[in-house]
Ligand binder design. Structure first.
Ligand SMILES: *Cc1c(COP(=O)(O)O)cnc(C)c1O
Length: 357
């Protein structure tokens, strides 16, 4: 298969690169008119066939035109929490700042697929100033989370003044980035970018990555560069059918992340974005996967499995439960039944032993 050295953005270049079949082009065109397409060379290079975990994430398919009744245009209810353009403020102590509506790649399961993509670009200078004014006026905002779109697509020259403005706000103690750039377009992690991120206020980076195959040599180098410059690294992963919904795929991903200085943070249950039902597993399957990982994987490799409750009600952990109340009352009062990592149940506190006084 010929390898494009340029980012693939059109249906014709998908066909030219044998990523979609000619006979599927009409339906792929329909999908691409609704939802943006972009596949970076770094991701294109590692695609081996239509069903591999990388192709499934980025190559559009007709399945995206199927909208399930429970799916929504605003799946996690951001709209009501938008006080000014570019800000989502749901939790008192932290908010999202979305300066950029473009991404290096467009994920076929994106929960913001209705609002990202070509045409929007960056917030205008006055819009950016209004967003910063909002943050300045809210002393309860302890953390600003730059997301998008992908905020690390912003050039270092344009990012630097945003960082300086945030750095100058006393009550903002942490600046967090949510990004795919270090993995899907790692050559953008340059010394100039590192310089732009070098603020007095600590910067944290949360990398979105869903499969160990995404973490090639260039991505590993980019992560190392960020880490060496004092930026703590976390990851977020979306649980995706046919991409990473097996114990082995998740184990490989989380081990690879920790071995590259990244702490797995969240495993997201798939949001109810329109045309994404072919990617969603059940919550029960997600819990089984998490339980399976508990016994066999270092604690440093364990993310929290979370659901963003539709309607803007926030994120909550939905992993398996290891402790249940029981009716049994022993000497110490109420007892619990605890499940160990291998599935055996135990009573807590334990029944008093022979040397109990
Ligand atoms: C996910 C999200 C956050 C960040 O939540 P954490 O649990 O701190 O990672 C903040 N604001 C909004 C609106 C979010 O959706």
């Amino acid at each position: 298969m010929a390898r494009s050295i340029r980012t693939i953005r059109t249906t014709q270049s998908l066909a030219d690169n044998a990523l979609v079949r000619e006979e599927d082009l009409p339906v792929i065109r329909e999908v691409a008119e609704r939802y943006a397409v972009s596949i970076t060379p770094a991701m294109h290079q590692i695609i081996t066939g239509p069903d591999d975990p990388i192709a499934r994430q980025f190559v559009p398919t007709g399945a995206e035109l199927v909208i399930a009744p429970e799916e929504r245009a605003d799946p996690i209810g951001d709209d009501p929490f938008t006080p000014v353009k570019g800000i989502t403020h749901r939790y008192p102590d932290r908010l999202l700042l979305k300066p950029m509506h473009l991404c290096p790649v467009y994920c076929r399961f994106c929960f913001r697929r209705e609002v990202v993509g070509p045409g929007e670009g960056m917030l205008s200078a006055p819009e950016m100033e209004a967003a910063l004014d909002y943050i300045r006026s809210r002393p309860e905002v302890w953390e600003v989370i730059l997301t998008g779109g992908d905020p690390l697509l912003i050039s270092p020259a344009r990012l630097a003044p945003i960082m300086r403005a945030l750095d100058a706000i006393d009550h903002v103690k942490v600046i967090r980035f949510h990004t795919r750039v270090p993995v899907v377009d790692p050559r953008r992690i340059t010394d100039d970018l590192i310089t732009a991120l070098d603020t007095e206020t600590p910067v944290w980076v949360v990398v979105h990555t869903n499969h160990s195959q995404e973490l090639g040599d260039d991505a590993r180098t980019a992560l190392r560069l960020l880490s060496r410059n004092g930026i703590p690294l976390l990851s977020q992963t979306v649980l995706l059918k046919g991409v990473n919904d097996t114990p082995q795929a998740l184990e490989d991903l989380f081990r690879t992340l920790v071995a590259n200085r990244v702490k797995p943070y969240y495993l997201h249950h798939g949001d109810l974005a329109q045309g994404t039902s072919h990617f969603r597993t059940t919550i029960t399957h997600g819990q089984d996967l998490m339980q399976n990982l508990r016994g066999r994987l270092s604690g440093t490799c364990q993310p929290t499995y979370v659901l963003d409750i539709p309607g803007g009600h926030g994120k909550v952990p939905i992993g398996p439960t290891y402790i249940h109340d029981t009716d049994t009352v022993n000497g110490s009062g109420a007892a619990h039944r605890v499940t160990d990592p291998w599935g055996t149940h135990h009573t807590y506190p334990p029944t008093p032993g022979p040397d109990a006084g």
